[in-house]
Write a protein that binds this ligand. Structure first.
Ligand SMILES: Cc1ncc(COP(=O)(O)O)c(C=O)c1O
Length: 253
């Protein structure tokens, strides 16, 4: 945070941050960044694609001006859906990339007026079924409660990390003071693609995050790729134990 504060001067026009990265459990301290951005009067854009649905996300507590989210990840909504939040006070400083008959009104031969609300970022034509599905997914998550969801996720992820770190040659790669449900690790001397494939054959789904997905981070940490095995609230303790046993078998095969 102090490094960020030191960087701030008149040339800074935007602070843009990923709340939770795609390749690990790190939860960035968004509200602390929001306070710094707010004090300096700099717009703050937060990519919350990996955090929405797994933890409480409150734009006022965080202090972000714009926030983007997706339906298909921890929210468990339909693929191809997502959403953008824009704080009203910043709306007039942003130009939507495209304007059409939903985002603006044609009011004279050479004049249009943009909508006064965040719908200026929407298109007339859209994926209605997907939007309904996204709404249902959001309601479903809210019914369980994001606090309860996050508590359960963290319980499982902490147990998973603790068990993984007992395995010889396995290094848990999650960073940060606060860690969420994305569990990432490397297995020394193995081809991670082969491990993931063999886990899949045993009905355990996880994936490989390649260096190219988050090049600066992976390069900085000297990692070529890693295994990404997130948990959600519906996972069980038994499934984690089975993952650990199966990983050990697969690794030794
Ligand atoms: C941090 C982050 N932001 C954005 C995205 C893009 O998500 P979508 O393709 O659903 O818009 C991803 C996808 O993995 C992500 O990890």
């Amino acid at each position: 945070m102090s490094a960020l504060e030191d960087l701030i001067d008149d040339s800074v026009k935007l602070i843009s941050m990923t709340h939770v990265p795609t390749n690990g459990g790190l939860v960035n301290p968004a509200a602390e960044v929001g306070r710094i951005a707010g004090d300096a009067g700099i717009p703050f854009l937060l990519d919350a694609c990996q955090s929405v649905g797994q933890m409480p996300v409150d734009v006022d507590e965080i202090g972000c001006d714009m926030l983007s989210g997706t339906g298909r990840k921890f929210l468990r909504g339909p693929r191809g859906t997502g959403f953008l939040y824009v704080r009203r006070s910043i709306l007039d400083r942003l130009d939507p990339p495209f304007l059409d008959l939903r985002s603006a009104e044609w009011v004279g031969p050479d004049r249009y007026e943009m909508r006064p609300d965040a719908r200026r970022f929407e298109n007339w034509e859209s994926y209605i079924a997907g939007r309904i599905g996204l709404g249902v997914a959001a309601d479903y998550a809210l019914e369980w409660g994001l606090e309860a969801i996050y508590e359960r996720i963290r319980l499982l992820a902490d147990r998973f990390r603790a068990e993984l770190s007992q395995l010889p040659g396995v290094i848990v790669r999650d960073l940060g003071r606060e860690q969420c449900g994305i569990v990432s690790f490397t297995v020394e001397g193995t081809d991670h693609g082969r491990i993931v494939q063999q886990l899949s054959e045993r009905k355990i789904n996880c994936s490989v995050s390649p260096r190219s997905g988050t090049l600066l981070d992976m390069q900085g940490r000297g990692i070529d790729d890693l295994i990404r095995a997130p948990v959600h609230y519906y996972n069980t303790e038994d499934e984690i134990d089975r993952f650990i046993t199966t990983l050990t078998e697969v690794r030794n095969s």
